[in-house]
Design a protein. Sequence first.
Length: 443
Amino acid sequence: MTKLDEFHDLFYNEVLKPHQRVWLDLILGEDDIFILGSRRIGKSFVSSYAAVVLALGHDSRPAADVVCISKDLRTAQELIREVTKHADAMNQLEHVTHGTRGSQTSVWLRNGKKIMAMPGMPESARGLSGHVIVDEFAGNPADHDELFAMATTIPSSHKHLKTIILTNADHQESWTDGFCNNPSDMWDDRRFGFRVVRTNIDDVYPDGYPEHIETQRRRLPARIWSREYLCEFSTGQDVLFPLDVLSELVADPTEDPSAVSVLAWDPGFTGDPAGFVVCDVSPGRVCVRESGLLWNQSEQEQRAHIERLVNTWDVTKILVDPGTAGFTLAANLKQRWGGMCDKMSVNSKRYAIWTNELVRLIDENSLTISGEGWDSLVKQINRLGKDKSGKLVVPRTRHGEKRCHQDAAVALLMVMEVLPSSRPRHAMQPMPHLGRRSDFRGF
């Protein structure tokens, strides 16, 4: 056994914790590795040690250069400091070189191989060959499709080279959420050849948290604790309507002779879908009968879909947001349906009033969600939130390869405009701090 082997055995058995040994075994194994892990459990510590082992060669895997990509310059420098410590402890450090303006640092080993640390989406990494370690993938400001492409292309020159990605959870519908959780064929193709490993804080401390972790748990809001330490993908803001509350609204529709059928349509355009709801509306009550998103449909195709919905549900009122994308659609609908169609321009004041009315409906259990598309609508309503100032947040989220606003949820908000309320409208108060009209980007 060589001195390096002795060092590795000692480090593996005496320094690494059980979950870190699992990571290292997988990193040095055959598959590419995607580690979704809690904070404060040593991901960077293990990856920096693995970088040195991979550069030196391990078992039948030959020595090779290693490219480490971090989210920014500070984290790249921290990673290279850990690499330098490990290489020095193993008596394999030759020298360290710094790139221009600190953009790249390389640790050279005695066997002639080097470990490079780069921040962000480094153009200088193009054309390199070697193992790749991406640290804090979700926090990297680069486009994640491009970053993933780079991380898997650099090692593609030889079968013994690997991609290792480490990350924390971020928000629902993100790239990282898709890679870890989306069962679609598209994401299955991206995961091909990867082992996805999840390690949260409970896996590391099954018998109770140490004092410093317990202090964090008590200090952090529940959604941030869940994201940072339990590896749960958050909605990104304080939600107005928790998912467990919304799930109680899903029920079979009840027939109400006094109800009128209303179709609300948020027009779509290239890259963003149309969203719609068909509702039975009666004083103080709304029952959603059908809802959905329509991708890549022309103005004529959207009108044809509206025609079908009107005939299917005996719609007596159509609400459409003309906006910039729906101007022609709204004009044609007005010509086709006359007084049955109302143009409903969206602005921050209306959002405030509509949201308060929707809150009231849900609080009073006066909203029923049923029919085709109900599950997607529930998720979209759940993603409506508010920021720290109380401003309504309607986020853009990933939908397969594309991104969309919560367009069907926006259509449901529009229905609040024609809801015959069971109490006077003046009793509703707008949400505070919604901002000026110029802050609104449209949907």
